[in-house]
Design a protein around this ligand. Structure first.
Ligand code: EPZ
Length: 425
């Protein structure tokens, strides 16, 4: 268990490089289970969720080693039952459904965990894979799947452009017999990147980044060397932190296409941003932001993963802001912690009405999920006085070296254990 102690009020300044994209890495690690030969991945973020996925691959029989990059060498696959592998702790493990049904024709997977942000059903994953010939059942808290005759290409319409369901069906489609069409597919960064990985493995895919994706299955998939691109949500986190502290930073190493929705909203709030070469964003020093309205939506809408962070920024905006969360039914857990710091936020269902205050004040707060924790870190950086963020292990699941990166941007932060925090805080 770890705790971040933040002495707030210092404007961030400097340059930071985005880590490799967390959610792309998770999808690609699951897809690596399809490969018969060595997979070598670079720019993999050193975060908790990646380590969990590495553990799952090892339990399947893959040799996974981390040097300059991550090497995944297939051995004899000795396992298809992931109930005791830590898979139940994260949502990304759900993608082993498609991977193992494709590779082995059978799988047992604990119901996935992940962030506490709402009900998060898995019906679209199950429906899609069933259409492809899998027989899936929930038994004793596990998903038990078989595809006795192998998976076959199918036409799958998604009621909602679910990122995970799109990915699972793409992964399953890669080894299916025939062509799989996904209609109303997700268009997010990790979906596009998973597709690029599969294409680099020789799978034919059309329509990546659009609402209709077609995957032509292969009999066998070899190995590949692949670089994971910069994480737009991590990059966005640092950009928002700069704006919240009225600082100026440059974030590089990220495809700005996936940051556009955020950049539009920052500009609407009066924060100046400059984009260079499509891969670099500079947030210029700005006065107090103005209140704005945000509604989260699947990409290219405003990303739900940045919603809590924008709330921390808008907590000190001039006037009123309205944030409506439409992707998840329970992603307002950060509000009660922001109240402790003096924020004026009313919540009605999935809408938060934020009346900006002049400043937040430091307080002890608790992160109950990844992005809520990151939002509290942003609030603490902008607040007057000391903020102590408990539950940083949630944040470390998705942000590599956040404390060191912030320190390099002039922030006064220290990461300590729970025991050390008792003496310092
Ligand atoms: C991915 O989750 C990300 N996680 C999430 O990142 C992100 O918030 C989300 O996409 C949306 O962008 C990973 O990639 C590991 P969804 P995923 O399926 O795939 C409903 C972060 O902070 N739904 O698009 O689980 C679901 O309940 C996180 O990094 C169904 O109803 O997202 C939710 O309301 C957290 N049935 C909505 O769709 C299903 O079968 C979006 O979920 C599947 C989803």
């Amino acid at each position: 268990m770890s705790v971040l102690i933040i002495d707030g009020g210092t404007p961030l300044k400097g340059r930071v490089t985005a880590q490799g994209c967390k959610n792309s890495a998770l999808a690609i690690l699951a897809a690596a289970a399809l490969c018969e030969d060595k997979v070598y991945l670079t720019n993999v973020p050193d975060i908790g969720d990646v380590k969990t996925m590495m553990g799952i691959l090892r339990s399947l029989g893959y040799k996974v080693t981390w040097g300059n990059g991550l090497t995944i060498k297939p051995g004899v696959i000795k396992n298809y039952d992931l109930t005791h592998t830590g898979a139940g702790a994260i949502r990304g493990s759900l993608l082993f459904l498609g991977a193992l049904l494709g590779r082995l024709g059978k799988v047992v997977l604990p119901m996935p965990g992940g962030c506490n942000i709402g009900t998060r059903p898995i019906d679209l994953h199950l429906k899609g894979l069933s259409l492809m010939g899998a027989d899936l059942d929930i038994q004793g808290g596990n998903i038990v799947g078989v595809a006795p005759g192998g998976l076959k290409g199918a036409y799958v319409y998604l009621d909602f452009p679910s990122v995970g369901a799109t990915e699972n069906i793409m992964i399953a489609g890669a080894l299916a017999n025939g062509e799989t069409t996904i209609e109303n597919a997700a268009q997010d960064q990790q979906v596009v990147e998973l597709g690029k990985f599969l294409m680099a493995c020789g799978v034919k895919i059309h329509g990546l980044g659009t609402k209709v994706i077609r995957v032509k299955g292969k009999k066998e998939i070899g190995g590949v060397t692949f670089r994971i691109s910069g994480d737009s949500i991590e990059a966005g986190t640092y950009a928002i932190a700069a704006a919240a502290t009225r600082g100026t930073i440059t974030v590089d190493g990220v495809d700005v296409t996936f940051l556009r929705p955020l950049l539009f909203k920052l500009q609407e709030a009066g924060i100046e941003v400059v984009v260079t070469n499509g891969h670099e964003v500079t947030v210029l020093p700005s006065p107090r932001p103005k209140g704005i309205t945000i509604k989260t939506m699947p990409f290219p809408g405003f990303p739900t993963d940045l919603q809590p962070l924008m709330m921390s920024l808008l907590a000190t905006a001039e006037g009123r802001s309205v944030i409506t969360e439409t992707v998840y039914d329970g992603r307002m857990g950060h509000v009660s912690e922001l109240w402790k710091m003096g924020a004026n936020i009313e919540v009605e269902g999935n809408t938060a009405i934020i009346t900006g205050v002049e400043k937040l004040t430091g307080a002890p707060v608790v992160a109950n999920n990844l992005r809520a924790g990151a939002a509290l870190v942003v609030a603490g950086l902008s607040a007057e006085g000391r903020t102590v963020v408990y539950g940083m292990e949630h944040v470390m699941r998705g942000y590599s070296n956040i404390h060191q990166k912030l320190r390099a941007l002039d922030a006064k932060v220290e990461l300590v254990s729970d025991e050390e925090a008792v003496n310092i805080a």
